[in-house]
Each structure stands twice: as C-alpha cells, then as structure tokens.
Write a protein that binds this ligand. Structure first.
Ligand code: AMP
Ligand code: ZN
Length: 112
C-alpha cells in the first residue's frame, strides 16, 4: 500500500520509535500519546481494519505481541488496556489495522 503511513513505517521509509518487532508484527510508540505508555501494535501485512482480519492467525500474532510488549514495557503486572477502533465512526483514522496498548494512567469508567 503505497499511500499507507503504517506500511511506510514498516518499510522504514518513515521513522518511528520501535518497541518490539517480529516477522509478523511491529509495535511502535504512538506519536501523540494519550497516556504515559501508549503504543500501537500492527500486523506487517496491510490489513485495513478488523473487518478484513479474516485469518485467526493475525489475532493470535497481535495478542502474543501485545503480551510481550506489556512485559518489555514493565506494565504487565500493573495493568493495561488494548483498544481497536474499527471504521471511521469508531474513530479509526489510519486505515491499517492496529491496536492501541495504553497504560500508566488510572482509566475511567468502562463503557461496556
Ligand atoms: P486510530 O485513531 O485508532 O486510527 O489511531 C491512529 C493512531 O496513530 C493515533 O493515536 C495517532 O496518534 C497515531 N499515529 C499517526 N501517525 C503516526 C506516526 N507517524 N507514528 C506513530 N503514531 C502515529
Ligand atoms: Zn498499510
């Protein structure tokens, strides 16, 4: 995807602060963090959103990387939240599947 900002980050043509990487998944710091710990977990394959993540392998890869990332960042014990915005109405602004991992603040009331 030539016009996808996350694909460019994965290729290395746009810089990012890498936190964790394996052959399937990249984790970077969010450029506009909402909390002391705010990283983005994304598949290296260009998948637009959860609606296109048909292979269960993708979910397994993402969540394994999330757990690894939480340990690397030292927030596994303290707790963290994982969020995916699917589609514009849910607030998705970058159309390359990604999960926010957020920690380090006391989070408010749960919506659900
Ligand atoms: P979403 O609104 O769920 O699509 O999340 C997109 C996230 O990507 C936002 O939290 C942005 O701050 C973040 N973001 C956008 N561009 C970059 C970038 N170049 N490097 C790191 N994070 C980015
Ligand atoms: Zn992409």
């Amino acid at each position: 995807m030539t016009d996808c900002i996350f694909c460019k980050i994965i290729e290395g043509t746009i810089p990012s602060q890498k936190v964790y990487e394996n052959d399937k998944v990249l984790v970077i710091k969010d450029i506009n963090p909402a909390a002391p710990v705010h990283v983005l977990i994304m598949p290296k394959e260009h998948i637009e959103s959860m609606n296109d993540a048909k292979a269960m392998g993708t979910a397994a890869d993402i969540f394994a990387a999330a757990r690894e990332t939480a340990t690397i960042l030292g927030v596994a014990e303290n707790g963290y939240r994982i969020i995916n915005n699917c589609g514009k109405n849910a607030g998705q602004t970058v159309m390359h599947l990604h999960f926010h991992l957020i920690s380090g603040i006391r989070m408010g009331e749960k919506i659900i």
